[in-house]
Design a protein around this ligand. Structure first.
Ligand SMILES: [Zn+2]
Length: 304
């Protein structure tokens, strides 16, 4: 199985504190790196946590509140200083292109690589990104400005060869590829052996969803149904449910209810308000609704 992980770089909300940083995380699949949101100082967190930047070719920005993208211009400039050559893809609401271009223009910065902007529109059925193993889709969240969640979905892998098949028939590499793709095996003596006899099912594909920032919003559920790991914002606690609604954010318990209704495997809470240095009560409130909940921690890497 390819490594599939999420490293939390920042899990705080907009008001700065000394104990947490604004939103950013790095999703790793195999050797590939995907940055999700880029709050102020993200590049410093990447240095602190030694994430590297060489295999980073895709950045996803959920929305244009500053705590989700103010770190971008700094990171882009640093990649230029490092002499980056390969193009960098940025998936974001439309206005980001203008914001970045004006910053580059007034600072007379001529990047050593090209930026490819992809507008996050309303077509949610087409993947934003796809390769041999992975697809990334977006979907709408409910916030004060247009905001999107992302889901990273592993594709169904090849069928797995049974050891007994290899021992008995000693197939060539080419024959193994054919059988892994689902075809029957044709033995040298002309016998046809059904694929089911010589292979096991592939690993179930894994998935990771990112939902920040959003009010409680059940329309996300069809997009994240059965997700293995769900990151959902939990800016407020139960006492502040009205405030959460007014500000288009969620409580920890509301995040848990979304995880429960979507049959998520695990819920990771984040986007914590600056008022909660201690977050144990957020965890307790969420666990009452959805026991498989954890608090995200900056600098930690989580398996999907
Ligand atoms: Zn935010």
């Amino acid at each position: 199985m390819n490594p599939f992980t999420v490293t939390v770089l920042g899990n705080g909300s907009a008001v700065p504190t000394s104990f947490q940083n604004p939103s950013a995380q790095l999703v790793t699949y195999g050797s590939k790196r995907f940055l999700v949101d880029c709050g102020e100082g993200t590049q410093m967190r990447m240095i602190d946590f030694k994430t590297g930047h060489r295999h980073l070719n895709h950045i996803f920005i959920s929305h244009l509140h500053g705590d989700h993208f103010f770190g971008l211009i700094g990171l882009l400039n640093t990649l230029h200083l490092y002499g980056r050559k390969q193009p960098l893809n940025i998936y974001a609401p439309e206005d980001l292109k203008q914001v970045i271009e004006i910053q580059l223009e007034v600072s007379k910065s001529n990047l050593s690589y090209s930026l490819l902007f992809h507008n996050l529109g309303q077509n949610f059925s087409e993947p934003l990104y796809t390769d041999k193993n992975l697809e990334v889709f977006h979907f709408s969240l409910k916030h004060r400005i247009p905001t999107f969640g992302f889901i990273f979905k592993e594709k169904l892998g090849d069928r797995k060869l049974k050891r007994s098949f290899i021992d008995e028939f000693n197939p060539s590499i080419e024959q193994m590829h054919v059988v892994k793709s689902g075809a029957d095996y044709e033995a040298e003596d002309g016998r046809r052996i059904s694929n089911m006899e010589v292979t096991n099912d592939p690993y179930p594909p894994r998935s990771y969803a990112y939902c920040s920032d959003t009010a409680y919003f059940e329309k996300v559920i069809p997009f994240i149904q059965g997700v293995d790991l769900l990151y959902h914002e939990a800016t407020f606690d139960n006492e502040q449910e009205q405030k959460a609604m007014d500000k288009f954010h969620s409580t920890a318990a509301q995040a848990a209810l979304i995880a429960k209704k979507a049959h998520a495997g695990k819920l990771m809470l984040g986007h914590f308000s600056a008022r909660f240095k201690e977050k144990d009560h957020l965890l307790a409130e969420a666990k009452e609704v959805f026991p498989a909940t954890i608090l995200s921690e900056e600098g930690k890497t989580y398996e999907v």
